[in-house]
Design a protein around this ligand. Structure first.
Ligand code: ZN
Length: 118
């Protein structure tokens, strides 16, 4: 998971601008170490590679020194937590599957006990 930028959904479709290539220009947020949290406008094509005849423009001033220092570390911690969460979710699913199996076995045993009592 190394997402360079994320899309913003704040723009209404009617306010959308078009790039020279015909693609919609959207507002993105950069999450690179050099420009963490800095928003820019670009079409889908120029989102990852700046320019090449496509529209590409920063909306925010450069991220301040403290932000550059702080945000990448926070992002790394957030991503590590997301990875941990994924593992926990997988483990939870395994435990739930085991529980289902045990409950099925329990029902079978209860049925057998019932049969013996007849
Ligand atoms: Zn374009």
């Amino acid at each position: 998971m190394s997402q360079i930028s994320s899309s913003s959904t704040s723009q209404s479709p009617s306010a959308r601008k078009l790039c020279r290539c015909g693609g919609y220009i959207k507002t993105w947020t950069s999450w690179t170490d050099l420009n963490p949290g800095r928003r820019f406008e670009a079409c889908e094509m120029s989102r990852r590679s700046r320019g090449n005849g496509h529209h590409w423009e920063w909306l925010d001033a450069m991220t301040c020194a403290r932000g550059k220092e702080l945000i990448p570390g926070l992002l790394r911690r957030m991503r590590a937590m997301e990875e941990d969460l994924k593992l926990i979710e997988e483990h939870k699913k395994e435990v739930e599957d085991k529980l289902k199996m045990v409950e099925r076995e329990k029902k079978e045993l209860e049925y057998k006990v019932g049969e013996l009592g007849k």
